[in-house]
Design a protein around this ligand. Structure first.
Ligand code: ZN
Length: 585
């Protein structure tokens, strides 16, 4: 535990305003001289995207954007105006351009983890280095901050070299200037906080408290081995407890940074609010009235919403997309006498991180340096593709790239593991493989190690377990919401090409799956089947509880190695068809 984080920290270089503060704010603001203006600039789900993301991962719907999509092929979104967005050096410039008085940069998690090679090659030290340069003051932990385990997250915060890979080319890691916060992450042993639960900053005489939360579903979506001994408790109760503690310390202006969020209606303006109420809305509306603003993440959506707190007051609830494509600006006034946020003064908007601004020179230099360090690894050509292999789901839930990865994992585990079929979790397919035929794609059909790594960045192991036919059917039922395994969203496992089945949209949970076949032969309930999945799924990840009941565990190569091998052996690789699953109503 980092002791430094539990003390209220005073902003170094806080701007002394000489007791007179001129405020431009809404007309109904409290009397200006009695309030201090504060601006938050927030990001979430950067996922180590130091370089500008490419292909569909770079696009964002933007009413001011220059691009009109004509075919909708990349994302399934038809029509609308888009900008190409993201890139740390552009983000740094946008942050500077939006920096006003008493500005703080904070974040809502998943800044690291599932990162491109430039950052992942050095355990995300490059991203943390750059975020420090951008002046980040605090972030909630996200589930992906636990990708390499709690011990590694502590190392990244405190400093020191990696226990296995040693120091990066930059030398001994110095640790972060900010903390990852987790008010709902406790040590099972003694119920103590495993991460600092909050961060307090003084701004021109007023204190602003930030409470960090990570989704309570974290144990179901990260590998269990890295979070042993930790528990992730319900978010609202955990935050309210810290909120009361902060009030006792006189910190009444409170912001919750929560790595949990909601889905939105497609095609919405980044500053609009059309969310499908889920866990994010539950938290945003349930937190104590003392909490003034809720900054969210995790769902990679952009929204600026006004919810209502339990006292009936409006309360902003925001998220800024992903990969550094959007930053959120939140302005408010803190009353010097009550020390609380004047709720009627809160205003928020999302800004697209366009690339029509100059790059921030210092950040661009850092990114270029890390790029050069990782270049030899990243630029190695591993194979070729004949067209973009995308991550847009077919109606069955199959992603072309998900199917390809399942095929690669089956091939890598047949010998040794005796795998007969393979499944890939759809959330682990992070980026498309781009091709020049697509509207904003890049590349020439050559796939580099860096590009392959961007698709499969987790360094998961391929593993093989034995399931009966009946267990396999249970696994596939567990893809759908409504079962006892508590699947939050329908998550269709990506099957290898030799496995086919049918599911019914309307059949009740438990009776959705039928006609399972391996190499065209019907699967029986009692038959033993060797199934290849990654170690995340073997641990019951994504709420696939039945996979934990597999037997005769065998571990194969890393998923990225299996993928790279497959691309090399089968070049040029065409996008696989998405015809392995049949859907009926
Ligand atoms: Zn997340």
């Amino acid at each position: 535990m980092t002791s430094r984080s539990f003390l209220p920290l005073v902003l170094a270089g806080a701007i002394a305003m000489g007791g007179v503060t001129l405020v431009a704010g809404p007309a109904d603001a409290a009397r200006p001289e009695r309030t201090v203006p504060v601006r938050l600039l927030t990001i979430n789900d950067l996922h180590g995207n130091l370089e500008p993301p490419s292909g569909s991962a770079s696009r964002i719907l933007d009413p001011k954007g220059p691009l009109v999509d004509t075919d909708g092929k990349l994302t399934g979104i038809v029509g609308g105006k888009y900008s190409i967005a993201g890139g740390a050096a552009y983000l740094a410039t946008h942050l500077k351009q939006h920096t006003g008085r008493n500005t703080m940069v904070v974040a809502a998690g998943d800044l690291i983890g599932a990162s491109p090679l430039i950052s992942a090659a050095y355990h995300d030290e490059p991203t943390l280095d750059v975020l420090g340069q951008m002046g980040l003051k605090a972030s909630s932990a996200g589930n992906h901050e636990f990708d390499e385990g709690y011990t590694e997250l502590q190392r990244l915060m405190k400093g020191g070299c990696h226990p296995v890979d040693g120091c990066s080319p930059a030398g001994e890691w110095e640790g972060t200037d900010f903390d990852f916060l987790g008010a709902n992450v406790l040590k099972e042993r003694n119920d103590r906080y495993a991460l600092p639960p909050y961060f307090v900053k003084s701004v021109n005489g007023v204190k602003v408290g930030f409470i960090g939360l990570v989704t309570a579903t974290t144990p179901t979506i990260v590998s269990s081995s890295g979070i042993q001994g930790l528990k992730f408790t319900e978010e609202v109760a955990a935050a309210n407890k810290v909120s009361r503690l902060l009030v006792r310390q006189g910190v009444k202006a409170q912001v919750v940074l929560v790595h949990e969020g909601d889905q939105v209606t497609p095609n919405q303006d980044p500053s609009a609010c059309s969310v499908t109420p889920g866990n994010g809305s539950r938290i945003a509306s349930g937190l104590d009235p003392q909490v003034d603003v809720v900054v969210s993440g995790h769902s990679h959506q952009a929204y600026v919403c006004k919810t209502t707190d339990p006292a009936g007051q409006p309360r902003y609830y925001t998220q800024g997309s992903s990969f550094g494509r959007v930053l959120t600006q939140i302005d408010f006034q803190v009353d010097k006498r009550t020390r609380d946020v004047v709720r009627s003064t809160v205003a928020a908007a999302n800004h697209v991180v366009t690339r029509d601004v100059p790059e921030d020179r210092a950040v661009a230099t850092s990114v270029a340096l890390w790029k050069a360090r990782s270049a030899d690894i990243a630029n190695k050509q591993v194979g070729r593709i004949t067209a973009e292999i995308g991550i847009t789901a077919a109606p069955s839930g199959e992603l072309p790239l998900g199917n390809l990865i399942a095929d690669s994992q089956l091939e890598a585990t047949r010998t040794g593991g005796n795998a007969q079929i393979a499944f890939m979790n759809p959330g682990g397919v992070r980026m498309p493989l781009n091709y020049p035929g697509s509207p904003v794609g890049e590349g020439d059909g050559v796939v580099t190690y860096g590009e392959a790594f961007a698709v499969q960045p987790f360094n998961n192991l391929t593993q093989v377990i034995t399931l009966t036919g009946a267990q396999l059917k249970t696994v596939l039922e567990q893809q759908f919401v409504g079962g006892p395994n508590n699947q939050a969203f329908t998550k269709i496992l990506q099957p290898s090409s030799n496995f086919t089945y049918t599911y019914s949209r309307s059949a009740p949970w438990g009776s959705k799956v039928s006609a399972m076949k391996i190499d065209g032969v019907a699967v029986t309930d009692t038959q033993s089947i060797r199934v290849a999945v990654n170690n995340f799924l073997v641990g019951g990840g994504d709420a696939f509880a039945e996979l934990k009941n597999g037997t005769d565990l065998w571990s194969g190569p890393l998923d990225i190695d299996a993928f790279v091998d497959y691309l090399g052996k089968h070049s040029p690789v065409a996008p696989p068809a998405t015809n392995r699953i049949t859907v009926v109503d």
